[in-house]
Design a protein around this ligand. Structure first.
Ligand SMILES: Cc1cc2nc3c(=O)[nH]c(=O)nc-3n(C[C@H](O)[C@H](O)[C@H](O)COP(=O)(O)OP(=O)(O)OC[C@H]3O[C@@H](n4cnc5c(N)ncnc54)[C@H](O)[C@@H]3O)c2cc1C
Length: 437
């Protein structure tokens, strides 16, 4: 097998394959090295198997990181229109639901397979089941060394990247680190890219779980496990607040659901910095506190001979009603008539501002993304290293994480395309390849 390429891509996931496709379209010889048994393993699991691959509502503020404003030019260089056009071109017809884009097939496999097929169609060599263990750059290609004949096409000054794997060494005029971060290691992103980036002199901001469930204090969580309810979560970290609304999900360990996942990265960072984090839950957003108090008082009056718990039936989930009464110091089995306006107001306050202490997040195994990575200040808008020319860092390995809604994949496509195009324009040894099918 050929050992030397215009570019070697470490990681056959979302950003790596995108980089590979764009570099190959511009005439580069490309090798993708993927440690898992198949390409794009994570993509198959995205969006609950449907792959929410981008979003109509597209703003830089949906992306977080130490220098998230630097993500904007990268995202603009391959934006929503480009993303939809690209996927249509390779066979993925998009379907929009409330601004969220999925493949019309509603199968994440369509995205993974179309991308892999396009890479292979363009002649990209994809080696799966091959783990990269070390990467470095040899500055001079002096004739007479063991690899001299494999490096004929490299310019003397540019140097060459050496990629060591459990299946031998490979060489690239350029190198893309697209290993992902540490979220969901079962899909291959096991954090192995961080030491590679560090070995080239890059900073790595410690990765932490993002888009993840939150663990909270309280014995009542065991009772509430499995309860789903519309609500609002407001995270309090010192004077900072982060709020989201949607379906909340209770678990024995704490809280989950989309709104919780959306704010979780702030809890992750704050807990890492040993700050206090509390989550205030509004468990009945449909009514203002005063109106809710009146409704509860009305029920206490109307159903005075029933238990307090029975009087609340049909308001919140019955398990929530029970726990809220207890948290308020009211006895669920006592006659509702024993309680009046004062208790109703106290209960409404608890339901609207139920506050729990966040103790931890779930681990990387459950996280859908991670914070941290290589800061964008160390990369150009083409995702090229400012420290080592020809080295590119894409996707989650860079310090950008998006909110739920297709933004993490959008970052993967945009950063991958930016790198691939720059590589194509700089290192291609052949002419441009036909992109139309
Ligand atoms: C369950 C789940 C659901 C998600 N759903 C969505 C969604 O619907 N929408 C959305 O926008 N985002 C979603 N995401 C996030 C999104 O999938 C990631 O942000 C995105 O895949 C990151 O792309 P990447 O190229 O940086 O890394 P990855 O896609 O993780 O790819 C990295 C690849 O590198 C390989 N690799 C790592 N180290 C080595 C090595 N040493 N040698 C060889 N290969 C290596 C890995 O095996 C992996 O295949 C989801 C994530 C998860 C876990």
């Amino acid at each position: 097998m050929k050992k030397e390429f215009d570019t070697v891509v470490v990681g056959g996931g979302a950003s790596g394959l995108t980089a590979a496709v764009f570099a190959a379209r511009m005439g580069c010889s490309v090798l993708v090295l993927e440690q898992k048994e198949k390409l794009c393993k994570k993509i198959y699991a995205t969006g609950n198997g449907k792959c929410n691959f981008t979003n109509k509502d597209w703003q830089a503020s949906y992306f977080r990181g130490s220098d998230f404003s630097l993500a904007e030019p990268v995202l603009r260089s391959f934006d929503l229109e480009d993303t939809l056009a690209f996927f249509k071109e390779i066979g993925v017809y998009p379907k929009e639901r409330n601004g969220y884009f999925y493949p019309a097939s509603e199968q994440a496999a369509s995205v993974a397979e179309s991308l892999s097929r396009e890479a292979r169609r363009l002649g990209v060599e994809c080696l799966t089941g091959v783990k990269v263990s070390r990467v470095y750059k040899e500055q001079k290609s002096s004739k007479g060394t063991a690899h001299a004949e494999t490096r004929e096409s490299c310019t003397e000054n540019a140097g060459i990247f050496v990629v060591e794997t459990d299946n031998g060494k490979f060489f690239g005029k350029s190198l893309v680190l697209a290993t992902g971060g540490k979220a969901s290691p079962a899909h291959g992103s096991d954090g192995s890219g961080y030491p590679f980036a560090k070995s080239f002199g890059h900073t790595v901001i410690p990765p932490l779980p993002a888009i993840v469930q939150l663990k909270a204090e309280g014995k009542f969580f065991k009772t509430l496990a499995g309860v789903r309810t519309d609500g609002r979560v407001t995270l309090h970290i010192g004077k900072d607040i982060y709020a989201e609304e949607g379906e909340l999900l209770f678990a024995a360990y704490g809280i989950s659901g989309i709104p919780v996942m959306q704010v979780s990265r702030y809890a992750s960072v704050a807990l890492y910095e040993k700050k206090n984090v509390t989550a205030e839950l509004d468990l009945f957003p449909a009514l203002e506190e005063g109106a809710l108090a009146q409704e509860i008082a009305r029920r206490f009056r109307l159903m005075k001979d029933n238990t307090a718990e029975e009087a609340l039936a049909g308001l919140c989930n019955h398990k929530l009603n029970y726990v809220m009464l207890q948290q308020c110091g009211l006895e669920p089995t006592k006659k509702a008539g024993a309680y009046g306006k004062k208790e109703a107001s106290a209960l409404a306050e608890i339901v609207k501002h139920f506050t729990v202490k966040i103790t931890d997040t779930n681990g990387f195994e459950q996280a859908q993304a991670c914070t941290g990575g290589v800061p964008l200040t160390e990369l150009t808008e083409s995702m090229e290293s400012k420290l080592v020319s020809g080295l590119f860092i894409t996707g989650e390995l860079a310090d950008i994480d998006g909110t739920c809604g297709g933004y993490n994949l959008q970052w993967a496509w945009s950063s991958g395309a930016a790198a691939g195009k720059k590589i194509g324009g700089t290192y291609a040894s052949h002419s441009t390849v036909e992109t139309k099918h």
